[in-house]
Design a protein around this ligand. Sequence first.
Ligand code: ARG
Length: 459
Amino acid sequence: MAQLWGGRFTKETDKLVYNFNASISFDQKFYKEDIEGSIAHVTMLGKVGILTAEETEAIIRTLKDILSEVENGTLEISDEYEDIHSFVEANLIDRLGDTGKKLHTGRSRNDQVALDMRLYTRKQIKETDLELKELLETILKIMKENTETIMPGFTHLQKAQPITLAHHMGAYFEMFKRDRLRLHDIYERMNYCPLGSGALAGTTYPLDREYTAELLEFYGPTLNSMDGVSDRDYLIEFLSALSTIMMHLSRFSEEVIIWNSNEYQFVEIDDAYSTGSSIMPQKKNPDIAELVRGKTGRVYGALMSLLTTMKGIPLAYNKDMQEDKELSFDAMDTAKGCIALFNGMLATMKFNKDRMRKSANNGFTNATDAADYLVKHGVPFRDAHGIVGRIVLYCLDKNIAIDDMSLEELKAISPVFEEDIYDAISMETCVNTRLTIGAPSKKAMEDAIRKEEEYLSND
Ligand code: ARG
């Protein structure tokens, strides 16, 4: 048990207490950020003259050694240290003696951990954003290839009106685009450096916080040292953004699962992204989509957990905050992994265009257009709605589609119908006359695709 703070204690910490308190099993995840933060801190201490040039140079060189030894596996992060900060500092002191003991001048573990977590989260935001960008590229490709692929659009999971696969995919494009915008917003708000906040009240050393912030590529230092050590808003915002991403992925997964079912057969998930059953030889299960849907709960859980942890904490640092890590790390890894896997599944999925088209044909998805036809010929909409309702009943009874009715049959229900009704309610007409911005017609979709392409290439 190696501790940094033994001085005022007369007894060893109880072993159970030590283990309960220790965080090295999980905060070792940001060893790199911890060392990078220390290098920046020491560089600044050297610049303002708190450390000599030789001391600064020796500490930086040794910190770099420690970093590369951890990275190449020659130095193992052992759990005999309380946390990653103690591990790095103890190693430095082992190698440099008294010079190593100067690293922590003008710093507390409170602002150190606040920095580490921020650096780590900042990197995660960027990586998640990149994964989302790749997913958007896959979606856009499917959109471009399918502006004429007609399928039913649903409300209440009942066939509603015909749309195209491009249009359906475009809805997800918008969702994940907003997710990226959310990540960018969070980054803008969180990219300030808490180092130099000290334990809570800054420090009497003449630290150049602007310089440290600059070295670590922050926009600047945080403006209140109590907030600097105890702010975890950025993490809550990120977990919230990850939860929204997972919610989107989960909805998408649910659709893939439905589409991949025997009843729908709109898509076929590639063998590489499906799994079999140990008992039923015929099965090819959409486990990846189901797992993505299932893992959404874990990410929501992390968000709720941190919100709850933070809600009763008085200023400034309290040990409760150590609980920000495990669930957040899990949520970050989970969400990033899910985006990548989902992307792989989507990119290799086959769309069964025939099945989609047939499904659009046989579900009265053109009923609204039949009513609109009557309206265009002078029938008040409410009456037109009633007439088409009777037509649907008639078709249900005969197990046919509206298009299968003869003109005589149609005229028997309303004399307004003429030969041009068939063209007016064809799937192509239904889709391609929907020309408003954001609608499914080929023309409107091509405009939307152009804008989405522009957005992706402006990154
Ligand atoms: N392991 C701690 C955490 O994650 C580091 C900060 C400890 N500070 C303290 N005053 N005990 O929050």
